[in-house]
Design a protein around this ligand. Structure first.
Ligand SMILES: NC(=O)CC[C@H](N)C(=O)O
Length: 224
């Protein structure tokens, strides 16, 4: 079985995700959104990019593409899904995961390394880490500010559904170490069930040793 990396018009991290998955010997292929998902998939990646040019709101139009019906069915059957960056925006717009991503507090596109603290290491996506580990994984987005109202953030935190928060290199969370102004510095969350996750930073850009960073390996390894 293969991991489907869904390509929308404007996706641009799909091949990077395939390469990163192949690093672990995972069979991965790109699924063009108009063609639907292959009949049997072992996992789904919603990759980064600028689907539909980020018009309306980043991810809003892709979230309404017909392939998302296949994605919903597969997820309901327990197929693991990871949304990265634009894929995280799509995941939230499709309500597979809570919250929304809005324009960075800086109002600028930011492409830079980010330190993340692992908040819950007991999920398939973070099992390779220990709670409290600090990993460096790059961000590259203009609309990466995670927004969620306090009551729901509290619920997420109580249910251990926050995967990563932005932090400084010592693991301290503070406004200075929150690159986009996300609510509670949240960088990645789980859906209602732990096989569904989204994150703004790009683990596929921190997996292949040739790219100089490997801290993201543990996340994509979850598909192996
Ligand atoms: N790297 C990406 O996926 C880009 C994310 C996104 N569309 C933004 O700029 O907000």
């Amino acid at each position: 079985m293969t991991v489907a990396v869904v390509r929308f018009g404007g996706s641009n991290c799909d091949r990077d995700a395939v390469r990163a998955l192949e690093h672990f010997g995972v069979d991965a292929e790109i699924a063009w959104h108009e063609d639907g998902l292959p009949a049997e998939v072992s996992g789904i990646v919603l990759p980064g990019g600028f689907s539909y040019g980020d018009y309306l709101r980043a991810g809003a139009m892709a979230a309404r593409s017909p392939i998302m019906d296949d994605v919903r069915d597969a997820v309901a059957d327990g197929t693991p899904l990871l949304g990265v960056c634009n894929g995280a925006q799509i995941g939230c717009e499709a309500e597979l995961t809570p919250g929304a991503f809005t324009t960075n507090a800086s109002a600028r596109f930011q492409c830079e390394p980010a330190s993340l603290r692992v908040e819950n290491a007991e999920t398939p996506w973070t099992a390779a880490y220990d709670e409290g580990d600090v990993v460096e994984i790059p961000i590259a987005h203009g609309e990466g500010r995670y927004e969620l109202d306090e009551a729901h953030v509290e619920e997420l935190e109580n249910e251990d559904r926050v995967l990563f928060t932005y932090c400084d290199e010592n693991g301290e969370v503070s406004p200075d170490a929150n690159p986009n102004g996300s609510t509670h510095a949240i960088a990645g969350v789980l859906g209602d069930e732990e096989h569904v996750a989204v994150m703004m930073p790009h683990p596929e850009r921190a997996t292949l040793p040739d790219l100089g960073r490997t801290d993201g390996q543990g996340i994509l390894k979850a598909f192996a």
